[in-house]
Design a protein around this ligand. Structure first.
Ligand SMILES: [Zn+2]
Length: 327
């Protein structure tokens, strides 16, 4: 039996060799074609429609409270309003309150606001932004001791998140979404004295066992000429998320804002989200020419005149598409 098998294999081998010979001969006569692997088509999924007027209004509303500097009435009123908004969109809200000693010896009463949507969903992502505003215009040439409006820094990030929250409530995505609005980000002087809210939160996320699989932090996302680059810590901790979000932006026609340009590391709230074990990127306006931020950054020009509904809509579109693509 062994022999027969051997002969059969022998004949099969000869047959195969002959076939291969024929194929290679016929190949030789064909004009050479370059093999181009077919690219998988990128199709956008349907999401509830972002309303640019609505996102813009969410910035205006925050600015109308006045500068949201810690320990001020405007700060308190704005926090109440954000909590009410999230509740009205069916988010379960949790507040992390306390007092933090600032670098200048002042005690800052803080409120981190956590909102959770679709609590029955195991797969979750997180959106974050800081909501407090800088008490000084230290990058300005005049009235440097007076607080800024903070329309872009931090009104814009909060506005994008509230618009997403409004739309999630219209049509639930496949995944759950956690929102964290960080307080006392912008009261700092040196790296360690910024982002107190997210530093505190990173040690006690209040998200129990259902940790989000990744996070997107939004900071200064409303300037008419916004540019978002591949920030350093985002590259280090969450490169696949950066690639995912920037690819979506490209396919939505927003490469004007979202540039695949490597950038330096920035200590922003996303750094501490990463420390909490959630890979998180930072969508933050950068100026590659001067290595700084938006022109209006920490000046009195950070007002509604430098907020673009078009930019706000583009960023919200990208975040919405990212959420609704997940299954
Ligand atoms: Zn700032």
């Amino acid at each position: 039996m062994v022999k027969i098998v051997f002969i059969k294999i022998f004949f099969r081998a000869i047959l195969c060799y002959f076939c291969l010979f024929l194929i290679s001969c016929s190949d030789a006569e064909e004009p050479k074609r370059k093999a181009t692997p077919a690219k998988p088509k990128f199709t956008l999924v349907k999401t509830p429609q972002v309303n640019p007027d609505s996102v813009f209004y969410f910035v205006q509303k925050q600015v109308d409270f006045g500068p949201r500097t810690p320990n001020s009435m405007a700060h308190e009123k704005c926090a109440d309003w954000m909590v009410e908004k999230l509740k009205s969109y069916n988010f379960k809200t949790i507040e992390q309150k306390g007092k933090q000693l600032a670098y200048d010896g002042k005690e800052l009463a803080y409120r981190n606001i956590i909102g959770r949507f679709g609590l029955n969903k195991k797969k979750r992502i997180m959106l974050s932004a800081h909501w407090d505003t800088r008490p000084w215009a230290d990058q300005d040439v005049e009235r440097r001791d007076e607080p800024i409006d903070g329309a872009n820094d931090a009104g814009s990030g909060v506005a994008v998140i509230l618009e997403v929250a409004r739309l999630l409530n219209q049509e639930s995505p496949n995944i759950g979404v956690d929102v964290v609005l960080f307080d006392i980000e912008d009261y700092g002087k040196s790296n360690e004295t910024f982002c107190y809210g997210s530093q505190i939160w990173s040690k006690d996320t209040r998200l129990d066992s259902l940790l989000p699989i990744y996070g997107i932090n939004l900071d200064m996302v409303g300037d008419p000429n916004a540019l978002f680059l591949y920030e350093g810590y985002s590259q280090e901790y969450a490169r696949p998320v950066l690639d995912k979000v920037w690819t979506i932006a490209k396919h939505m026609g927003y490469s004007r804002y979202f540039k695949v340009i490597p950038d330096g590391q920035i200590i922003d709230d996303h750094y501490y989200v990463n420390q909490a074990g959630i890979p998180c990127i930072d969508i933050i306006h950068r100026d590659p020419q001067n290595g700084s931020f938006a022109n209006s950054w920490h000046t009195h020009n950070d007002n509604m005149d430098n907020i673009s509904a078009k930019t706000l809509k583009s960023v919200t579109d990208v975040v919405m598409q990212t959420i609704y693509r997940e299954d």
